[in-house]
Design a protein around this ligand. Structure first.
Ligand code: FAD
Length: 465
């Protein structure tokens, strides 16, 4: 019975509409697995919630039994924050639903939904809102941490498009947080992570985004200096209809890449253009990609927005080993470029990568105090991600990521996107990420979760009042 009193477990099973899995149950092994296969934890129970009533039941059960609680959205966090050895996982996976209202251009999204669920439902109306770049990522953790992706330069972070959130608090109270109701909670939810309650519904503003222009440009890795020196000037000056994240990568052996470059180490940019697609405006905008040197590959195509969002899903299935670390950058200095030049040619495995995601444009125009996100002055959110299918390479990719990060960190702004913190980073990293918002977050935590019931997250303990 996984350490839980049999009678209590029976009561939970009878009360919940969602499935409950404990060790020995047929679904337990699959239910305990998260996206990152480096995480191998054995919760005492995984309790699926279909609605708010189920969420309240699981919270009460955790309190009654004294089991430590973790909340699962999409299960994508690098450190596996949604599973604890001998704890209970409140699993929102059954709450995968999206209701789009095309008249008001809004979407109500269940707390366990994936990005792809939202992209799919909104695309039917030619609408979308900013999320991340892999469609299987959970809307829950992504949004509560901030959320950046292809639409961020044009429409801001995911949190900049969040209109309200329905939340079950630590004491079981059910509230709606918005600019008008519980504005302190709403402020904290927009970047403060899973610290404040279980969000059962997110309501987002949508934008007219339908078919987008997509381009991939790759240069030999020994052009990294020229490409980054060009990219750091070109992108921030480009219209906000253009986004492009920079990457160091190994060319995967799949179309549309020509065979002669398969397996080559390269640097590149993945472009997304939301401007006018008539008359090849993307081609025109990107004629400059020759400036840092001739690309090894350049490909442009119009694409339905959800296809771009899921373009890399196949390369990154659940079950790979992952270790990542991040930092924000307001500039790509020559010193930082020297670090990228050192590590880019030595990517230790075929999937290991480094990305610089633009967070300027619309995201940068939001006032710093409007949300908990504390790096409105950043231009890029960087992540170094060691990735490989082979468990034997876990140590290798971890060490490589830490070494790269250690060299690069002095050239960063000092804090990282909360969703790009790796496992076993120090408490100081969370504070560094929230800068002068940290004390305000701790005060909101004290109001809404004074006993730190929600602590399986990048934790902000309650302020000591
Ligand atoms: P989970 O592990 O389920 O949850 C993460 C945290 O959020 C936990 O603390 C959990 O308790 C909490 N949480 C989740 N849902 C809820 C909820 N409904 N209510 C309360 N708390 C909740 N981020 C970007 O911004 N842009 C990207 O392009 C991007 N790309 C990524 C690509 C990959 C392949 C991966 C693995 C991650 C990527 N991320 C990106 C990071 C991603 O935003 C985080 O990993 C995020 O935490 C994932 O959320 P989740 O709900 O899937 O994770």
């Amino acid at each position: 019975m996984g350490g839980i009193n049999g009678q209590a477990l029976q009561g939970l099973r009878e009360t919940l509409r969602g499935p409950v899995a404990v060790a020995g149950d047929p679904g337990y092994e699959e239910a305990r697995r998260v996206y990152n296969a480096m995480i191998d934890r054995r919760p005492a129970a995984i309790a699926g919630c279909v609605d708010v009533a189920d969420v309240r039941t699981v919270l009460a059960f955790a309190k009654d039994t004294g089991l430590e609680l973790a909340v699962r959205g999409g299960g994508h966090s690098g450190p596996g924050l949604c599973v604890l050895d001998d704890g209970i996982t409140l699993d929102l996976t059954p709450m995968r639903w999206v209701h789009v209202d095309p008249a008001t251009r809004t979407a109500r999204v269940g707390g366990g939904s994936r990005q792809g669920d939202l992209d799919h439902a909104a695309h039917a109306f030619g609408l979308a809102t900013p999320t991340g770049t892999i469609s299987t990522t959970g809307i829950g953790g992504l949004t509560l941490g901030g959320g950046h992706g292809h639409l961020t330069r044009r429409y801001g972070l995911s949190i900049d498009n969040l209109l309200s959130a329905d939340v079950v608090l630590a004491d079981g109270t059910y509230v709606t947080a918005s600019q008008h109701e519980h504005p302190d909670l709403f402020w904290a939810l927009r970047g403060g992570g899973g610290n404040f309650g279980v969000v059962t519904t997110f309501t987002f503003r949508l934008h007219p985004v339908d078919t987008v222009g997509v381009a991939l440009t790759l240069w030999p890795v020994d052009h990294t200096r020229e490409v980054l020196q060009w990219y750091r000037e070109f992108l921030p000056a480009a219209p906000e209809t253009l986004s492009g994240f920079f990457a160091l990568l190994t060319v995967p052996p799949v179309p549309p890449f020509p065979e002669q470059i398969h397996g080559r180490k390269v640097c590149g940019v993945v472009w997304c253009f939301t401007g006018d697609l008539d008359g090849d405006r993307l081609e025109e905008t990107l004629t400059v990609v020759d400036e840092p040197g001739p690309p090894a590959f350049h490909f442009t195509t119009p694409m339905p927005y959800p296809s771009l969002q899921s373009m890399f899903d196949g390369l990154m299935p659940k079950g790979l080993q992952w270790y990542w670390r991040g930092d924000f950058f307001d500039a790509i200095t020559d010193e930082a470029i020297a670090v990228h030049e050192k590590f880019g040619p030595n990517l230790p495995t075929g999937l290991t990568t480094m990305h610089l995601y633009p967070v300027d444009g619309a995201a940068r125009r939001v006032d710093s105090d409007d949300t908990a996100w504390a790096y409105r002055d950043a231009v890029w959110s960087g992540v170094i991600a060691g990735i490989d299918p082979e468990p034997a390479n876990a140590g290798l990719i971890r060490q490589w990521s830490v070494d790269y990060w250690t060299d690069l960190h002095p050239h960063s702004m000092g804090g990282a996107y909360i969703n790009f913190l790796g496992e076993n980073e120090t408490a100081g990293r969370v504070e560094g990420t929230y800068r002068d918002h940290y004390d305000r977050l701790a005060a909101v935590k004290e109001t809404y979760d004074p006993h730190n019931f929600f602590r399986a997250n990048q934790n902000i303990p309650p302020a000591v009042s």
